[in-house]
Design a binder for this molecule. Structure first.
Ligand code: ACO
Length: 325
């Protein structure tokens, strides 16, 4: 039983927030943001636009590319840490919006690693033989958990969604392997402290903006580089593949300096690493499927090409996946 990537899709909100806009909101500068992150602008979901509103059109685009009807989908997994609601899952909202009436739907929470975690889960479900067709989606509205007065985080993130359709069958393998990892001892380095059962919603919590994302940027940066490089090596070794066999690396889009440092640790040319950070910032679990869809639709990689995806996020969580288009 092999798993093929049958189609990809993405959806970005239209509203653009530029570095110049942020200069008017917090004590920052275009120069600082560009030099430290590589980000020039990000997309922001309009008022009332939720994660499933972005996920549904991305999923529909991926299904259209695969030539698969919504009723044929058996499984929907949405990687998100900015769900529509605590429950039901965002995946259930997506199921209803696209009419995937025969699907089982649930979310996976692994922050920026949510898409690779979802891909790994879908791979195992499909290999188990119970399901044939899966939609794996990364969808985020990080603008809803940002403290817009905190310059250390508000310049980094953006909103968006990306999706892939996976199909189990006899053809050549599309997913060669997935590898996922966690370290819960570092939870306090990157988290949203309030709103859960630890710090429940109160007027004080909202006044103190405790619902917002908090990050120790510098230590996260160092662990991210090492973890992503390790996960990349594991995927290559497991498949007996060398970097020269790769068409491209599609990394999580957190920071251009992280991408450069990962490339350096692996002894690879940075040009092998796809980047759209400049336009979208860090869209967390959505960043890899958005980038993958751009790569596919713009013909930067074609059928048969090997692509390595690597990620890192809150938890800490990290992972990799080696795929053949
Ligand atoms: N504008 C201007 N100055 C700023 C800004 C800003 N937007 N933000 C911070 N600064 C200042 C700081 O206050 C500090 O000033 P000080 O020296 O006077 O104290 C100085 O710039 C340097 O700050 P650092 O935090 O050391 O900057 P760094 O070079 O580490 O860059 C960044 C910060 C971009 C956050 C980087 O650490 C990073 O990318 N970290 C990793 C992010 C990541 O990978 N997250 C994981 C995925 S996200 C997820 O899972 C949800």
């Amino acid at each position: 039983m092999n798993i093929q990537i049958a189609g990809t899709g993405r959806h970005l909100p239209e509203d653009v927030l530029t570095n110049a806009d942020l200069e008017k909101m917090v004590a920052t500068s275009n120069q600082w943001i560009v030099e430290r992150t590589g980000i020039h602008e990000r997309r922001i979901a309009g008022k009332g636009v939720c994660a499933s509103d972005l996920a549904a059109p991305a999923a529909q685009q991926a299904l259209a590319a695969a030539g698969i009807k919504p009723e044929e989908v058996d499984l929907i997994i949405v990687g998100t840490s900015t769900p529509d609601m605590y429950f039901p899952s965002t995946a259930c909202f997506v199921q209803a919006k696209i009419g995937a009436v025969n699907a089982v739907a649930f979310d996976v929470l692994a922050a920026c690693s949510g898409f690779i975690y979802g891909l790994s889960m879908a791979e195992n479900f499909l290999k188990g033989g119970k399901f044939k067709t899966a939609l794996v989606i990364g969808a985020e509205v990080y603008s809803s958990i940002i403290n817009w007065e905190d310059r250390t985080t508000c310049v980094l993130f953006g909103d968006g969604a990306g999706a892939v359709v996976l199909r189990a069958g006899e053809g050549t393998p599309g997913i060669l392997s997935t590898h996922i990892f966690s370290d819960g001892t570092k939870a306090g380095d990157l988290y949203t402290p309030g709103g859960g059962s630890v710090n429940r919603f109160t007027p004080e919590l909202v006044t103190m903006k405790k619902y917002a994302l908090t990050m120790k940027g510098n230590s996260t940066f160092k662990v991210a580089v090492k973890s992503m490089a390790d996960a990349a090596r594991i995927a290559l070794e497991k498949n007996g593949v060398s970097a020269s066999d790769l068409k491209m690396v599609v990394p999580h889009q957190a920071n251009q300096r992280i991408i450069s440092a990962v490339a350096k640790q692996l002894g690879l040319d940075e040009s092998l690493f796809y980047s759209n950070l400049e336009r979208y910032g860090n869209t967390a679990a959505a960043s890899i499927p958005i980038a993958l869809d751009e790569v596919v639709r713009e013909g930067k990689a074609v059928k048969g090409d090997l692509i390595l995806m690597v990620t890192f996020g809150g938890g800490f969580t990290w992972g990799s996946a080696l795929i053949r288009l």
